[in-house]
Ligand binder design. Structure first.
Ligand code: ADP
Ligand code: MG
Length: 238
């Protein structure tokens, strides 16, 4: 059993490679993320953060390079194999929550199970609801909930599938300071208690302070890698 959750080697992404103005979004990235890390990715707008997370989470395809998640190479996988792999191992949290307006909170949370034709385990459901403190909104519709509640519901929806790794692109992007802090505390708890690796893009150093390490990217290259406990980490985030 290896302790590596995510392995990236010589990863490149070029948009419009054959067009008149190709854009190198990721320029030969290599790094490894160990199991149970809480990694954050920072960098200026346009530096390649979303591109990176989309490729790591199998939503987008690399131009070249290697990506292994939990020992499996996702680069060579067929579309169907990827979809299956996503369901089994990956969790997602989006800036805009991506909940369905016409379903109640409860229906939203169990939707991935329904779509996979898996029975909802009541105990598990209740544990997640308790952990994220969303009991009082279960029968409400998304429009009746606050942003903080919506994001917790989105976290619950992804937890119900038992992911090994959760990808989050600016999950606090639509939240105010207090709600951002709350969400980070929930994510920290999930990371610690459930042995789930988290890879999160953020532009907010206050969010990043909850992570165990930070990659700073600029122009598609890793410019800095800081690990919690290093002097530089404390300097960066205090
Ligand atoms: P970030 O999330 O850090 O803001 P992105 O990954 O969205 O950065 O974008 C990285 C670079 O790639 C930017 O220059 C952006 O304009 C470019 N880019 C992103 N998506 C596309 C696309 N679909 N086609 C062409 N260029 C793109
Ligand atoms: Mg982005």
């Amino acid at each position: 059993m290896t302790n590596i959750m995510l392995e990236v080697k010589n990863l490149k992404k070029i948009y419009d490679e054959l067009g008149p103005s190709p854009k190198i979004a990721l320029d030969d990235l290599s790094f490894e993320i160990k199991n149970n890390e809480f990694v954050c990715i920072m960098g200026p707008s346009g530096s390649g953060k979303t591109t990176l997370v989309n490729i790591l989470s199998t939503i987008d395809k690399a131009t070249s390079g290697i990506v292994n998640i939990s020992g499996a190479s996702i680069v060579g996988m067929s579309g169907a194999a990827k979809a299956k792999f996503r369901k089994k191992k990956l969790g997602f949290i989006f800036q805009n929550y991506n909940l369905l307006d016409t379903l109640t909170v409860k229906e939203n949370i169990v939707l991935p199970l329904r779509l996979s034709k898996v029975t909802v385990e009541q105990n598990k459901f209740e544990r997640i609801v308790k952990e994220l403190e969303i009991k009082e909104v279960l029968n409400k519709y998304p429009f009746e909930c606050s942003g903080g509640q919506l994001q917790r519901v989105a976290v619950a929806r992804t937890l119900i599938m038992n992911p090994k790794i959760i990808f989050a692109d600016e999950p606090t992007g639509n939240l105010d300071g207090v709600r951002s802090k709350q969400l980070m505390q929930y994510l920290e708890k999930i990371n610690k208690n459930r042995n789930i690796t988290i890879v999160m893009v953020t532009h907010d150093p206050l969010d990043a302070a909850y992570s165990s390490q930070m990659y700073y990217i600029e122009d598609g290259k890793i410019k800095n890698h800081i690990i919690k406990g290093d002097d530089t980490f404390e300097e960066y985030f205090s």
